[in-house]
Structure formats: C-alpha cells, structure tokens
Design a protein around this ligand. Structure first.
Ligand SMILES: C[S@@+](CC[C@H](N)C(=O)[O-])C[C@H]1O[C@@H](n2cnc3c(N)ncnc32)[C@H](O)[C@@H]1O
Length: 459
C-alpha cells in the first residue's frame, strides 16, 4: 500500500508492505527507489499470501507474460502525472479550465518572507524579489500600476512589440515552446505567443511565477486576450502554468525536469521580461543559475532590462520621479500591508537611488543605478505576523519594500558574460524622455560553450 506520511490506516496490513511518501517533488527520487525495490522483493521472494502475486498470476495466465516488472510502469509518480500532461491539458482546456502545477510550499515561503522582513538574513529589513508580488493585494495593485496612465510599466507593455518585432523578424527559425519566467499581467506574453504560434502549431506555453495569484491573473489574461479560440485554432497549443520560485538553488534543476517532462527535448525560448532581473538582490547569480540550470544548447533566452547611459544628476532625478508615482507606491506598500497590521501611510514611502559598482580589469566602474523603495515606520509598533508571531518595529525602522535597477552598458555586458551567455540579437526602445538616455533593452541570448570568470560587484 502506498500512503502519504502522517496518515493512519485503520487495519494492520504491514506484513504486505507499506510505502510512505511525502507529497513533495523532493521525495520523488526516494519514492521511485522504494517502490521499485518493493516490487523487486515481491518478484524474487514470491510470498504466497501476497495479493499482488495472485493478481499477476492471473494476468500471466491470460496474457502469457511472466515478468512482474513488465506490468509496472517506471514508478515515477511525478513524471507519471506529467507524462499525460498534454492530453490532460487538452481535456482541461475543453472544459475552459487550466491545470496548475504547484511546486512551492506556501508555509515555507511565508517563513522566508517573515525572516527577511525581520532582517534575519543580513540585518536589512526587506521584502525580496518575488514577495513584492506575492498574494492577492500586490497582484491587484500591480495590475492597477500596469494600467496607470503614468507609471512606466504601462508604456513598457504597450511599446513591447516595437522591440520584440525586430528581434522576431531576424529569428533563427525552428519550433520553440515558450516559458515565461515571471508572467506578471501576461500582456507581453500575448505578443510573443502570437508570433511563435505561427511557426509552432504545437507550442506549449509554460508561465512560471512564484505568486499563484499573479500566475492566475497572467493565465486568465492570455486565455482571454489571446483568445481560447485562437489557442484552439493553433491546435494543440497548451498552457501548463507552474507556481515556482526561480530565484536559485537546486530547485531550478527540479523545475527544469518538470519542464522537460512537458516538452520533451524540444527547444524552448525562456522569457525574463519587464526588468524582473533587476528585482533580485544578487541579479548576476540569478541570471547565471537560470542559464546553467534552465538553458540547453538549443534554447534561447529573451531578456528585457532597463538601461541607462552614463549616470548623471538628471538621470538620478528622473529615476526618482518615475518611482515616486502614487500608483507605483500603492503597489510597493501592498506586500507590507498584507503581512503586517501596520497602519500604512503612503507618505512614508521614500525612493532613493544609489550607484552600484563593480571591479573590472582593476578599475571600479558603475554597473547600475539602484532604485531602492523604503517604508519608514513612524511609531513603535508591535506587529502581528501571519505566523501568529509578534514582532516589534522601532520608530524610524526602514524596510526596503522594492528593489529595481537601470543598468549601464558595462553592467549589461558583465551580467551576460558572468552567466555564460552570448547575444544573438538586441533591440532598444526609444529613450523614454527627450533629455535623458534611459529606456528598455531586449536581448536574445544563447548559451556560450564555456563559462567566464565572475566579476565582483559592490554597492
Ligand atoms: C516586474 S514583473 C514582470 C512581469 C512581466 N514579465 C512583464 O514584463 O510585464 C515580475 C514578475 O516576476 C514574478 N517573480 C518575481 N520574482 C520571482 C521569483 N523569484 N520566482 C518566480 N517569479 C518571480 C513576479 O511575481 C511578477 O509576476
């Protein structure tokens, strides 16, 4: 009998053998091993009173097969589910529903969020990368900010075809599936899918996001705007959303295994759009891990990042103005107001800019302009956290609620080099303002054969 660890059975069948499993991807390998050893034991010992033997003797009589293992699928519980994924999704799609793969434990994530907020990792109280978008309220506020008449994200979405189309037109060809790393509203993915689906009628679209609410929002937008009808017209095009954190660690390899189970060995374009990379504290390692664990030699990475010319006082001012818009601030504080019972006041949100440097050939050069959004606690507050813990914020405590960057040319080149990638093609948006050279850059990247030495970064 196979039973989830922690569950009890009402009768004693332990003589027949019990395999316990934990409901997690990590347990997959152990479960595979235990189950196959269990079957081998039955096969070699042939215990007389074992109902499994009786069952297989019956089959042997009818079908003439002698080996027990001929009847047993390779016991991979996770791939077993995923093996039939395309058909399953097709059925699900015909019901106008979508099947989501959940790869994160919400409780573990909540512990991480709280530890960062209390400053337990490096002393800085902060909400890191994906947690800024995690949950219903941040997802709602992000959607509002992306629709805002002013905030830069709306322009970034609307103008995306201007940088995507020239890249697509010089595309290397071939049939690609599309994996969107950090789906957001899903609007940019629609532009990408429209083109890629022309080439690959069997394209599988795999949006990945740490925030289940964001993932749901993105998938709904793609289904609605791209149109279920269109998806069916390009017969076979399927959506396989995965809730997962791609910020690093061994988990990336596991996520890649799941993706491979879905698309087999066919090439993939990964999209990391909307300057998402700049939200990560260690952006360089994040890109390096994505390149190392996700990209195969035939895969491509579409990376969209914010760029800046030389950093001048005017550029610093513009960056502060961009992030000082109330629609952005409302989004930025939403993660904090969701997890604490602090009386949030938008007036306490402050934007700071700081140059981030790196060492190159013995010289110190600027890699990015860091844009840091802080919330200052204006009264001592014993706050109630979602894990039922109380934590005291002092008056004047600064919580970093959002991190972004605008990269210099050297910064972009060093990111790409450290990740072992090379540029296939690139396009730049027109500068966002007449008087300062800032905008977005879309890069089509591929894996270099050899990985380069890492450059040290300081801020
Ligand atoms: C700046 S938005 C970009 C959205 C979209 N790609 C676009 O360009 O409009 C960042 C997205 O990445 C997701 N995200 C951020 N950090 C993540 C992480 N560590 N793992 C998975 N998703 C993450 C967020 O939830 C959000 O949907």
């Amino acid at each position: 009998m196979i039973i989830e660890k922690g569950q009890k059975i009402p009768f004693d069948i332990s003589n027949y053998g019990l395999i316990y499993y934990y409901d997690s991807i990590h347990e997959k390998t152990k479960f595979d091993k235990d189950l196959s050893e269990f079957f081998k034991r039955i096969e070699s010992k042939k215990p007389e009173d074992n109902p499994v033997i009786g069952y297989f003797e019956e089959i042997e009589k009818n079908e003439g097969t002698t080996k027990l293992s001929n009847y047993i699928f390779t016991p991979k519980p996770f791939s077993f589910v995923v093996k039939d994924y395309p058909r399953l999704i097709e059925n699900v799609l015909s019901m106008d529903a979508v099947l989501f793969l959940i790869c994160e434990n919400e409780f573990d994530k909540q512990v991480d969020l709280i530890d960062y907020l209390k400053g337990q990792y490096d002393g800085e109280k902060k909400i890191v990368s994906g947690f800024s978008y995690w949950g219903k309220e941040p997802t709602h506020q992000w959607g509002q900010a992306c629709n805002s008449g002013y905030y830069i994200m709306r322009r970034s979405i609307e103008n995306f075809p201007k940088i995507w189309n020239p890249i697509y037109n010089s595309f290397p060809g071939g049939l690609f599936h599309y994996v969107s790393l950090g789906v957001g509203t899903g609007k940019k993915d629609i532009f990408i899918l429209k083109e890629l689906c022309q080439n690959n009628k069997d394209l599988i679209y795999i949006p990945i996001d740490m925030s289940i609410d964001m993932l749901r929002k993105g998938v709904n937008t793609v289904k609605k705007d791209f149109g279920m009808k269109d998806i069916k017209k390009y017969s076979g095009t399927q959506i396989a959303p995965i809730q997962a954190d791609f910020s690093g660690g061994t988990k990336l390899e596991e996520i890649r295994e799941v993706i491979t189970d879905i698309v087999n060995k066919e090439p993939i374009i990964f999209g990391l759009l909307g300057n998402t990379l700049s939200n990560f504290d260690d952006d360089s390692t994040t890109l390096k891990n994505i390149s190392k664990d996700f990209l195969r030699s035939s895969d491509l990475l579409l990376l969209e990042i914010a760029r800046t010319g030389q950093i001048t006082e005017k550029i610093r001012e513009k960056a502060i103005v961009e992030y000082s818009h109330k629609d952005f601030k409302k989004f930025a504080i939403s993660a904090l107001s969701q997890v604490t019972d602090i009386d949030i006041d938008i007036e306490n949100v402050e934007i700071q800019v700081k140059e981030e440097t790196m060492k190159k050939d013995g010289n110190t050069i600027t890699r990015a302009l860091k844009i840091l959004t802080y919330y200052t606690i204006d009264y001592e507050k014993k706050t109630h956290l979602p894990n039922d813990e109380y934590f005291k914020f002092k008056k004047g405590d600064k919580i970093r609620i959002y991190l972004s960057r605008k990269y210099t040319k050297e910064g972009i080149n060093s990111l790409i080099k450290n990740a072992g990638l090379k540029i296939i093609d690139e396009a730049q948006s027109k500068p966002s303002y007449k008087d300062v050279d800032i905008g977005l850059q879309l890069l089509l990247l591929k894996k270099e054969k050899k990985e380069e030495k890492k450059e040290s970064i300081r801020s």
